[in-house]
Design a protein around this ligand. Structure first.
Ligand code: SF4
Ligand code: SF4
Length: 198
């Protein structure tokens, strides 16, 4: 039974297909975060490294409308996805940013020192990229891989449910209860993407 979902899910980093990028530059022209701008600045002031790098590099659009005017389909796509995933969605709390390091021909002028968030993008199969992004097919494959791994974990969990919680699993060096908790922790990060229904 393969329970190394986290390794499997991030293994793409070593085989990241950069050549799929169509160099449209849209993902550098409209970026948002789960935080309001004020929250992000506060995190940066408190020393959170990713927030510090983010506010140093990216420039804020004056309004959602300004971002929409710059990259209409990408911004609309992001807003639609955010609406779907949050019933309390409030567009006025969303801030979009753009990167001043993108050149006119859509190249990264700080490529060798670009921040981690850019190196890892698209982070996973659920990252919000424009509809015609070259990574769409790759993202679909990543989602399917993760779903298959989560389904295997759930099958194993169902088998464990048949055993007494205190039974000791020699091969795992864990009790059934510990193993069940371990597997639930593996599944948890994917719940926000719908893992409960896979
Ligand atoms: S949106 Fe996709 S195709 Fe366009 S620059 Fe970004 S990663 Fe490349
Ligand atoms: S640092 Fe480079 S890759 Fe990152 S958003 Fe800016 S231009 Fe794009």
């Amino acid at each position: 039974m393969d329970i190394e979902i986290s390794n499997e899910a991030v293994s793409y980093l070593s085989e990241f297909p950069q050549h799929l990028c169509k160099m449209c530059g849209k993902c550098c022209k409209a970026i948002t975060t789960p935080y309001t701008h004020e929250e992000l600045v506060k995190l940066a002031e408190e020393g959170q490294e990713e927030a510090k790098v983010f506010v140093e590099i990216f420039q804020r659009y004056d309004s959602v409308e300004a971002a929409r005017a710059a990259v209409p389909d990408h911004v609309e796509n992001i807003l639609n996805q955010l609406k779907k995933s949050n019933t309390d969605f409030d567009e006025s709390k969303v801030t979009f940013y753009h990167c001043p390091h993108l050149t006119e021909d859509n190249k990264c002028s700080i490529h060798s020192t670009r921040p981690d968030c850019c190196r890892r993008a698209p982070r996973n199969g659920w990252s919000l990229f424009p509809p015609e992004c070259g990574f769409k097919g790759w993202q679909f494959q990543q989602r399917e891989k993760v779903k298959a791994s989560v389904r295997k974990l759930k099958e194993y969990l169902a088998e464990l449910e048949l055993l007494d919680d205190n039974f000791f699993l020699q091969e795992r060096n864990k009790t059934v209860k510990e193993m069940k908790d371990f597997i639930k922790d593996k599944i948890k990060p994917w719940e926000k993407y719908g893992a409960s229904f896979w």
